[in-house]
Write a protein that binds this ligand. Sequence first.
Ligand code: G3H
Ligand code: 13P
Ligand code: NA
Ligand code: ZN
Length: 316
Amino acid sequence: GLVNTRAMFAQAMEEQFAVPAYNFNNMEQLQAIVTGCVQSASPLILQVSGSARKYIGTAFLPHMARAAVDLAEELGRPIPIALHLDHGGSAELAKECVDSGFSSVMIDASHESFQENIRITREVVAYAHDHGVSVESELGVLAGIEDEVSAEHSSYTRPQEVEEFLNATGVDSLAISIGTSHGAYKFRLKPGEQPPPLRFDILDEIERRVPGFPIVLHGASSVLPEYVALVNRYGGKMENAAGIPEEQLRRAAASAVCKINIDSDGRLAMTAIIRKVFAEKPGEFDPRKYLGPARDALIELIVHKNTEVLGSAGRV
Ligand code: G3H
Ligand code: 13P
Ligand code: NA
Ligand code: ZN
């Protein structure tokens, strides 16, 4: 069955890697994520946003989670799998997800005042912990568009607020803002320019204040140039797309960061391959002929992330 994130994070902290949290919306993404994690023997956090939950529908979602667990077994290597609500926009939604079989939820009240964030988070923690479900919360705001949460600019997490927040809420993990953001356009860069480094000084200060506490990094896609190039080559238009360099994520994974969220990179890989098939075989209209290769590309991407970036491969 599904597991909560507690044992995963304890292992990640101890062994200095990060557990991958991949978003999914459909069957092919789910199959690819599970297959990639089984092939690389990695623990897995499967996450759905509020809007992804609506897209999938409540009739399907519990069965898809169950199918994920069954698929890993069928492939010959059961791996720990958590089903996590990503960016829960209200306590009501988070509780609904606890009731419908999620093993982990995020309550994202990071756009509220500090005290209001504490109040809402506490409410979710009390309910979720009663049901054995782990809770992630967020302090600080990421730039860009989050699901049901939007902010023009980042405001970095203030390390001096972290200890009080953790004590007051009892959350199991904390998402922080140190320079990542959501989507495929994380930085406006001039040609040849490197993105600014993440604020590891803030992360270090947080670790100093709450040693051993699991930290979460959202907005951690690398927006790999080879996929952007494929999209643009085959009729797409993604100008100035940019993500977090893998080297920065390797460094984060070796720290107290225990969960790294990746959505955009998977979307990009699938879209690139679908565009390629459409361009090269314009007569093709069997969905399996383009969703199949897209699924294969996503498996490869997942294995790459787990093996080369997060260090979660071989931990099961
Ligand atoms: O952080 C948000 C995730 O990438 C999911 O976004 O609301 O488009 O499903 P979504
Ligand atoms: P990316 O858009 O960088 O993939 O971030 C995903 C995320 O943080 C989901 O919560
Ligand atoms: Na880590
Ligand atoms: Zn996020």
